[in-house]
Design a protein around this ligand. Sequence first.
Ligand SMILES: Cc1cc2nc3c(=O)[nH]c(=O)nc-3n(C[C@H](O)[C@H](O)[C@H](O)COP(=O)(O)OP(=O)(O)OC[C@H]3O[C@@H](n4cnc5c(N)ncnc54)[C@H](O)[C@@H]3O)c2cc1C
Length: 452
Amino acid sequence: MADVPSRFVREPNPSEWKELARLGRERSSALRLRAAIVRLSARRVPIPEITRRLGVSRPTVAAWLARFEESGLPGLRDRPRRGRPLKLTPDAQRRIGLVASARPRDLGVQSATWSLPKLRDYLVRTGGVPVLSLESLRAALQKGGLSLKKAQTGTTRKGTTMIPAAFQYYAPTSIREATALLAQHGEDAKILSGGQSLIPMMKLRLAAPRCLIDINRVPGLAYIREAEGLLSIGALTRESDLEESDLIRTRYPVLHDTSKVIGDPLIRNLATLCGNLAHGDPANDHPATMLALGAEVVAVGQKGERRIPIRSFFVGPYATALNPDEILTEIRIPMAPAGSGGAYLKLERKVGDFATAAVAVQVALSKSGVCEQAGIGLTNVGPTPIEAKKAEGFLKGKRPDEATVKQVAALAAEESQPTSDLRGSAEYKRDLVRVLTGRAVDRALERAGRAM
Ligand SMILES: Cc1cc2nc3c(=O)[nH]c(=O)nc-3n(C[C@H](O)[C@H](O)[C@H](O)COP(=O)(O)OP(=O)(O)OC[C@H]3O[C@@H](n4cnc5c(N)ncnc54)[C@H](O)[C@@H]3O)c2cc1C
């Protein structure tokens, strides 16, 4: 085992902070303890103080810190039993092959060549491969017909290198054809819509689908229409379409606010609302807005069409309720009644950045000024987008005044589950949710008043 870090462990990255928070909620007290040890050390709490606070021995603390330094978060999880060599899944075997064939610098590793320990550290840190010994890794490389030397020289020949891993490309012209391809290729396939999340991930080899199903040639998927009590938005409707739509600007201002703050104009010309939801990133902006609007997702697969309420759509970080053979074809939003208004407020470190935190609010007022409907969604302050149900419940049925708005904001802050990362501490983000919620509710009420 590596030496104990001389002072503190390295700064975990944002996804590691999230995962540490998740481990901290595990049923297993051992896992919770390990996560707490690393969190404290990352916050510059010295080892003697950690032992005091958690009531564990110094060797225990030192051992788990060393394990984290050595293998990242997977090192904190229970190791496979010793004895038989580790049996790698085909997915893990494939990932080893992909990473070993790439140049380390292309993957953000500060080295011109792979060594076995560097390759192992990278694989374990970025997930998809369990903690494995150097021997197991050597065996896996041999099994895949790869040597590190060969990998490094094999991929740098001029004119033949592609930054993402190789994939098959399909451009179906109907949803039926696209779902058949998805069913045929299973988890190896990915839908390509605007490509503004998928392509960057492939470029970094954080995603390496074997097969891309580009739905951009399927006709009839780009529309925004109001009919039969619903606003319907098709799968290939771009952010820029929403931004430029008079219907969205005048009747669904919360959606208009949201589209305007996504990335930059180049991204908005390609990125789609449906892709933004299907990606399942808790930092994306539309999920909170769709929660506030009480939307519904239409998913089409081999077995036909089903509707998924947005409240049950986000099941974990980057995980949605879509089945592997399903395509998100449409978003449906209940038509905004008279007297409704909404607002989306986001704090970003610089223009085009993902949110430090953001809040979506949608309200509907009766003629007498009572709040009949209230939806509040929170962005990037939890492992999934959060619906602030207590805050919504408090607002509903009231004629909102300053004290009500203050209480709604406090409840939303309580419901947020932020973790500390490069964008700020958990405490700061929670307070930000309070401030943004108060302002967004005020703006939504003001807009609703004008729409009577
Ligand atoms: C520099 C930069 C800044 C950004 N800033 C922001 C920001 O501030 N806020 C924000 O919310 N987003 C931001 N994004 C992300 C951007 O909005 C993405 O485009 C969006 O998240 C995904 O939409 P897409 O159409 O490009 O999907 P793609 O990239 O094509 O796909 C993303 C994922 O969703 C799946 N998918 C896509 N469409 C469907 C579908 N119809 N059915 C089933 N699965 C599907 C794909 O298989 C893939 O897994 C940023 C991106 C970049 C590159």
